[in-house]
Write a protein of this length. Structure first.
Length: 215
């Protein structure tokens, strides 16, 4: 029997995950059946069950993959000297995450933001998925906190703020932006980048009547 290459196996796994992601984004986790996934992926039951035992494994694999990509991107950034400022870093990571899934659309709109919201809605009733998300979220928070400590150590960011507080805030900004896309339609990542840049430019000084800053 001819051996199947790793490239073929990876491509088949990708096909299954993309098909499942489209189904979950379109109809939600509970309204999606494995038969729906088989049809979307255009594969037989045997081909799919060779990789995943059911919907639980599929959604956990999708979540783990995305959070793993984000964590690795931030860990790589933390090793740069110096790491990019927050506005550029967030924009680069989010742009890459969206670009990797730009081929997945539902009703002509990007599927990824809708998929994220569907995952959130499943958390309260799915302990296994909640644990996957907690672990992934924790690893992303720690990666962000490492970057904050580098910022603080180089004097680029004030040092009297707990790094984890900054990490949580940056993650909240990204998740909020994704939620807006799911609710109100696509928006360029530049919107988030520019908003963060404007907030980063603020100082404690109050403007005088002429509009200039006074200390």
């Amino acid at each position: 029997m001819a051996r199947v290459s790793q490239e073929h196996l990876d491509a088949r796994r990708r096909q299954i995950l993309d098909g499942a992601a489209l189904c979950f984004a379109r109809n939600g986790f509970h309204a999606t059946s494995m038969q729906d996934v088989l049809k979307e992926a255009e594969l037989s039951a045997g081909a799919v069950y060779r990789y995943f035992s059911g919907k639980e494994e599929l959604i956990a694999a999708i979540v783990s993959e995305v959070l793993g990509e984000v964590r690795e991107a931030f860990e790589t950034a933390a090793e740069q000297t110096p790491p990019p400022p927050p506005d550029r870093l967030v924009a680069a990571v989010l742009s890459r995450t969206l670009a990797l899934r730009e081929n997945l659309t539902v009703d002509g709109q990007p599927a990824f933001p809708r998929l994220v919201v569907q995952v959130w809605s499943e958390i309260p009733r799915n302990d296994g998925l909640a644990e996957v998300l907690r672990e992934g979220y924790g690893s992303v928070r720690e990666a962000w906190a490492r970057i904050v400590r580098v910022y603080q150590g180089s004097g680029r960011m004030r040092s009297d703020i707990e790094p984890d507080h900054v990490a949580r805030t940056m993650i909240a900004a990204v998740l909020g932006f994704i939620a807006q896309q799911a609710l109100f339609g696509p928006a360029p990542v530049d919107v988030l980048r520019d908003g963060l840049r404007a907030l980063m430019s603020m100082t404690d000084a109050e403007p005088d009547a002429a509009g200039s800053q006074v200390g």
